[in-house]
Design a protein around this ligand. Sequence first.
Ligand SMILES: Nc1ncnc2c1ncn2[C@@H]1O[C@H](COP(=O)(O)OP(=O)(O)OP(=O)(O)O)[C@@H](O)[C@H]1O
Length: 309
Amino acid sequence: MTAMSLGTNTAISLRGIKLQHDKFTLGPLHCEIPRGMVTAIVGPNGSGKSTLFRAILGLEPLQSGEIEVLGSKIDFGEDDSYKARIGFLAENPHAHENSFTADEKAQFASHWYPGWDWERYRKLLRHFDVDGSVKLSKLSKGMRRKVELAITLAHDPELLLLDEPSSGLDPFAWKTMLEELQRYLEPGDRTLILATHILEEIRRLADYILFLNRGKILGLYEKDRLLDDWRTIVVQQHEAKGFGNEALQRTPGLQGLAEAGPGVYRLEVNEPEQGEAYCRSNGFQVLAVQRMELEDILSCLIRKEEAKR
Ligand SMILES: Nc1ncnc2c1ncn2[C@@H]1O[C@H](COP(=O)(O)OP(=O)(O)OP(=O)(O)O)[C@@H](O)[C@H]1O
């Protein structure tokens, strides 16, 4: 680990990191994940979200590049004291912990984390409605998830990394989880990074969306900006001009274009005002303009990326 070199507004800096697993390559990734914010890591199955978490925790040797977390440069297998400031919830429970009860696992964690707070742990278990004296192997998947969440939150980490936190949770437990995460974020200086497929989680929690596809970062987007900027515009060509969409290919901010009927086109744009004005001034009547849902924006980004392959 080396001295502080990160800007105070950065929680994690990925500087050209690259690693390889058989046929899967993660990276090279360049990105600064903001501090004091919630970043959702979003991407299709197998895009590398869990691998990225493991790399951030120094559990994956890098082929190249470097990672800085909360001001500490990670040296694989070296000093890992920075981890006491992090809470990590893995995607799957660890089988070697099956014979422990939740309280026994918490006891173990309490020695490791200086900020451990038994009162907070017990409150979280009560709120999640789970019994800490039951062996982890005897708990249902969702119950065990709740225990793991309580243990991850009990030391009030500066940086919280959650890999698909709601996996297995029923809708009531999911709501409790959101409440607890919102409570965790209340002081305003906590950084939460979560990998998730649940769009409602992203809508409710995320400030930023880090979009991964096939081991590459497609972008780090400010969520509100993404939702404000992306629109679908449906246009119809004036008959006198004849059919053809060549002019539409040059629409400002064009991200996607499809024919929706004879002379009718559906555009996806991220410069809505300029895009609409351009269509009007190029012989198209604007039939509809609509904000896009997050899932449509994300699938458009993937389509664009796949088209490059
Ligand atoms: N230890 C490993 N050895 C070999 N391949 C691995 C290993 N870990 C991950 N992979 C491969 O790396 C790729 C990325 O996996 P990863 O679990 O990071 O994706 P993910 O985005 O978290 O997926 P999901 O959304 O399904 O959880 C996959 O192709 C996976 O098979």
